[in-house]
Design a protein around this ligand. Structure first.
Ligand code: GDP
Ligand code: MG
Length: 454
């Protein structure tokens, strides 16, 4: 797939007050551009002839902007194809700081280089065959990873272990297609290279493997994006107090006025190495206040999207039970909690009794949450491959549909060319995962989600 190979640049480290900021320039004009701005002298600009410099070497010098000194830098050269993008690349370490950053950006733009789009370096790496699509996606996942588990999965994908497994599955399908197509060549002699019954059972086997894989996304998604933990209940039961206790900070406003939390709040939290997105919801009630009702509507949506629901009740106010609030929620997601233990003598309830105010039993609550999260993350141990990416899951589902069609064709006595057509389509869908087949829209969609400089 051809791409516009104009020379691009972007900062590849965080920008701001820091030791250094690193810029990357990639593309065919890289050498002529740095020759115009880099000098080993800080007294006057004199051109350096980079053409003879070896790849993977670093050089100390100064950036100049038409006679004006910009910054002291270290510049590293990577010659095509031995670079991240596969093109001629230089990485320039300047001093950190937002003013220097702006000066250097304007110098490069004056040289006619374009600011790279998000993910553009990785997209070029993929298009130049430096990595497959799943590996390029792993780069973004690795950067986002916040826990050991998500880091491990992203590394597996980056090193190509994941792609290797996908390739093995592809190889099975290629094998069946070739046999079916070969058989067509011998059709006049009536030679059967594959028995249709055997093919049916093989396809069933593959469908089963794919189903396992798509199921692994349930835990993969949680490992990659965190466990969504929603705190739910009537107004004033202590949801925000529990939220603050878990986060160890006064993030949500707590008050005895019902309806204080009018919109949901969401904060990341890591407990025992597991990433959570903790959501404090607006107390669910009919209020007549349109802003609060919008908050309630959003809270209900958040509850639908959550993996674990903490359903809170107030031990001092059990009459106005909150059970009806979470009627539509899958009950296996719910952990029932009774709050304000410090004010009540009620002991035996069908859930854990805590006091968010005094902290009594709150350690136990954290343990219960972690245990439930762990069980969600281990929802399918039977597959050694875990899908963490929704796009990959969708490709597998599509592939499965074609395999089901192939089975139908076989059962109806369809010709080899029809069966092989469906199996080929299944193979193409599988290939999309690693980018062996892809189109411009898919690529743009994937890489636009990357951060600048990656
Ligand atoms: N005594 C006692 N009061 C609590 C406890 N948890 C929360 N509260 C109080 O109950 C009121 C409502 O708490 P808040 O967290 O805002 O409830 P929310 O509306 O469910 O978010 C506040 O005055 C809190 O201080 C608790 O465990 N014990
Ligand atoms: Mg609240």
């Amino acid at each position: 797939m051809p791409y516009d190979n104009k020379t691009i640049f972007a900062p590849i480290s965080a920008v701001g007050e820091s030791g250094i900021t690193v810029f990357r320039i990639s593309g065919p004009e890289m050498f002529s551009i740095i020759s115009d701005v880099f000098s080993t002298s800080n007294e006057r600009f004199s051109r350096v002839d980079f053409q003879n410099f070896a790849t993977h070497t670093s050089h100390h010098g100064w950036l100049w902007d038409s006679g004006e000194l910009v910054d002291e830098v270290i510049l590293t050269i990577f010659r095509a194809p031995n670079s991240y993008t596969g093109e001629d690349v230089t990485e320039i370490s300047s001093h950190g700081g937002s003013y220097i950053y702006r000066k250097i950006c304007s110098l490069f733009i004056k040289q006619g280089i374009d600011y790279a789009e998000p993910g553009e370096f990785s997209k070029r790496a993929y298009l130049n065959g430096k990595m497959d699509l799943a590996q390029a996606e792993a780069v973004a996942e690795l950067i986002k990873a916040k826990t050991e588990e998500s880091n491990k999965l992203a590394l597996k994908q980056l090193t190509g272990e994941f792609s290797k497994k996908i390739n093995e599955l592809r190889a099975d399908l290629i094998n069946y297609c070739s046999l079916l197509e070969l058989e067509l060549d011998f059709s006049e002699e009536g030679i059967d290279l594959v028995s249709k019954n055997e093919l049916l059972s093989k396809i069933d086997g593959i469908i089963e493997k794919f189903n396992k894989l798509t199921k692994s996304y349930e835990s993969g998604k949680i490992i990659q994006n965190g466990v969504n933990l929603a705190i739910v209940g009537k107004p004033n039961v202590g949801k925000s107090t529990i939220f603050n206790y878990l986060l160890k900070e006064n993030r949500a406003i707590v008050s005895d006025i019902p309806g204080t939390t009018r919109d949901y709040l969401q904060e990341p939290l890591i407990m025992e190495g597991i990433q959570f997105n903790v959501i404090d919801t607006a107390g669910i009630r009919k209020s007549g206040d349109i802003i609060e009702e919008e908050g309630v509507r959003r809270s209900i949506q958040k509850i639908d999207e959550s993996d674990i629901v903490l359903e809170i009740e107030d031990l001092t106010d059990l009459k106005s039970s909150g059970a009806e609030l979470v009627n539509d929620v899958d009950t296996s997601k719910i952990i029932k909690i009774y709050n304000k233990l410090d004010l009540s003598r009620n002991g035996k309830m069908d859930g854990l009794c805590v006091s968010a105010k005094t902290g009594a039993k709150m350690g136990e609550l954290q343990k219960i949450i972690v245990k439930k999260a762990k069980s969600l993350m281990k929802s399918d141990q039977s597959s050694d491959l875990i899908i963490t990416n929704q796009r990959h899951r969708d490709c597998l589902l599509k592939s499965c549909e074609f395999l089901v069609n192939a089975k139908e064709q076989i059962k109806q006595g369809g010709g080899n060319e029809l069966i092989s057509f469906e199996i080929r389509a299944a193979m193409d869908s599988l290939s999309e995962i690693i980018g062996k087949t892809s189109n411009v829209d898919i690529l743009n969609n994937i890489f636009s989600k990357f951060c600048i400089g990656k």
